[in-house]
Design a protein around this ligand. Structure first.
Ligand code: MN
Length: 200
């Protein structure tokens, strides 16, 4: 079965004023959708169209080298965006509680210190890509970034939270000021979902 564009878990206007409806609609219905279309072609060409997205992303090395790059880029593009939409919520923001709060305090000492490091990672990422909170292969929380559409699943990591810092994610509203987009992002973080990911 072909890969399909997943519906957003909220309406295009639901994240206003922090994330404007026009950017979100283009981001989902155009950018995300294009990754889906191109993934279907790339997966077919590579003979992995019957696999799940997660299986593809965790076994990229099994794909012939000359077919691998478009699969990696577009499978990552599909998965990363779906994960990102579910990282946000109209009722998000604030500080986490539960297991992820304890783990963040254990690693960074305070939520503020975590937030500062994550924001700096996102702001200083050069070019297109993503900043992430992951559980790394040593089973520790880590703030990372990936270029283009590289997915942490392909690095053996368990992603918990992400922000898209491609210009298409923020340029209509925040123009060249990526730090303003990052500030707005903190008002939308779906900590309930992050907690579920952390404890799963
Ligand atoms: Mn994007």
């Amino acid at each position: 079965m072909a890969f399909e564009l997943p519906a957003l878990p909220y309406s295009y206007a639901a994240l206003e004023p922090h994330y404007d409806a026009e950017t979100l609609e283009i981001h989902h219905s155009k950018h995300h959708n294009t990754y889906v279309t191109k993934l279907n072609a790339a997966a077919e060409a590579a003979g992995v169209a019957d696999k799940s997205l997660e299986d593809i992303l965790t076994s990229l090395d099994s794909i012939a080298e000359d077919k691998r790059t478009p699969v990696r880029n577009h499978a990552g593009g599909v998965w990363n965006h779906t994960f990102f939409w579910h990282s946000l919520s109209p009722s998000g923001g604030g500080e986490p509680d539960g297991g992820i709060a304890d783990a963040i305090h254990g690693k960074w000492g305070s939520f503020e210190a975590f937030k500062e490091e994550f924001s700096n990672k996102a702001a200083n990422h050069f070019g297109s890509g993503w900043a992430w909170l992951v559980v790394n292969s040593a089973d520790e929380l880590e703030i990372t970034d990936t270029h283009d559409q590289l997915c942490p699943l392909s690095l053996g990591q368990k992603p918990l939270l992400t922000i898209d810092v491609w210009e298409h994610a923020y340029y209509l509203k925040y123009r060249n000021v990526r730090p303003d987009w990052i500030t707005a992002f903190w008002n939308l973080v779906n900590w309930e979902e992050v907690n579920k990911r952390f404890s799963s």
